[in-house]
Design a binder for this molecule. Structure first.
Ligand code: SF4
Length: 68
């Protein structure tokens, strides 16, 4: 868990297929670049935590996890 009490999100880049599901749910946190590489723009905060949790649960490749 981060110092702010919000879990950090971790990406398994070997699993990610860059389909953009997470970016659609929480674009403040997830971003696909022009090469379809996923980036974490900012770790979750209290405002984005719930949508990040939704993104983690929604990733069809189970490439996202939370470090509580
Ligand atoms: S939802 Fe999962 S597979 Fe899709 S871009 Fe995000 S991490 Fe990658």
């Amino acid at each position: 868990m981060s110092a702010r009490g919000v879990p950090e999100v971790v990406v398994d880049y070997d699993m990610c297929e860059a389909n953009g599901v997470c970016e659609a749910i929480a674009p403040e946190v997830f971003e696909l670049d022009d090469d379809e590489q996923l980036h974490i723009k900012a770790q979750p905060d209290s405002d984005t935590e719930q949508r990040v949790r939704q993104a983690v649960a929604s990733c069809p490749k189970v490439a996202l996890s939370l470090r509580e």
